[in-house]
Design a protein around this ligand. Structure first.
Ligand code: ARG
Length: 262
């Protein structure tokens, strides 16, 4: 995670961002600390990346790399406003991991890569390039399933789909964010998926992090709580309203460091 020390909305690269709407920096920091403390209270280790002045979206640590089996694929940002974040994230991974690869193609880390037990799901349409999907498949040696995002509000895969994986290959997603062909692929791979409503998607309810039991998700996504409980999960609502103004929430603020041992 990377603290929102320099978080502001000074440009607009997705439909949620309006530089005219003020961000309460103190509240953003308070909300972010609350998320961090909840992870710690659940027994998870949280590593902290130093924020860089002038990079307001760096708080969205999920975009900085993808880590699978202790192997790191760095990020390369689509929008000019964020390109300088890539080396800052990369330096942290190089200092902490033995195997780190710089990407050849544009990919925004876990913003567009979601890891299930069997596959890596990969989004494209707004940010990550289709070529980055085969690059990830080659590097991680896991099958990558390409999915096309079609609604600009759900510009990253992690705004439209979340891996739950309490058992195996369990996800929740907002079908309307995907192209017809990608919806059919999702139905085929995940016939029992939890389907989110437009309301819960708009609350960024799919921007969630699951440890297989606890699911941390934006507090506003009330419609997901019952269905998650019915499946045996313990949903934990978190208020990240200030980060929401930049189009991000729980998952965007969290990059998962997946080790080979699980
Ligand atoms: N303002 C950021 C952007 O548009 C938000 C990124 C959110 N991160 C995520 N993983 N979806 O790039």
């Amino acid at each position: 995670m990377c603290p929102p020390t320099h978080f502001r909305v000074t440009y607009s690269i997705n439909p949620w961002m309006d530089p005219a709407k003020p961000v309460d920096s103190a509240l953003a920091l308070f909300q972010w600390e609350d998320l961090r403390d909840r992870y710690r209270a659940l027994g998870h280790t949280v590593e902290i990346l130093d924020p860089v002045p002038g990079l307001p979206d760096m708080v969205f640590a999920a975009n900085g790399a993808t880590v699978v089996d202790d192997r790191v694929l760095g990020a390369r940002f689509a929008c000019e406003e964020r390109t300088a974040e890539a080396p800052a994230h990369l330096a942290w991974y190089q200092a902490n991991f033995a195997e780190v690869q710089e990407p050849r193609h544009i990919n925004e880390g876990e913003g567009d890569f979601a890891v299930t037990t069997s596959w890596i799901l990969a989004g494209q349409g707004f940010r990550s390039s289709l070529l980055s999907h085969s690059e990830a498949q080659e590097y991680f040696g896991r099958p990558v399933i390409s999915l096309e995002l079609t609604n600009p509000h759900y510009y990253h895969l992690d705004t439209a789909l979340s891996v739950l994986d309490g058992d195996q290959d369990e996800v929740m997603y907002y079908a309307e964010a995907f192209s017809p062909g990608s919806r059919a692929v999702l139905r085929r791979l995940f016939p029992d998926a939890l389907l989110a409503t437009a309301q819960d998607a708009a609350a960024l309810g799919l921007n969630a992090v699951s440890d297989g039991l606890h699911v941390l998700l934006p507090a506003g996504a009330k419609g997901l709580l019952g269905p998650l409980r019915a499946r045996g999960y313990e949903p934990v609502g978190v208020d990240l309203s200030e980060l929401h103004k930049a189009g991000g929430s729980v998952k965007c603020c969290t990059n998962e460091l997946r080790s080979a041992s699980g």
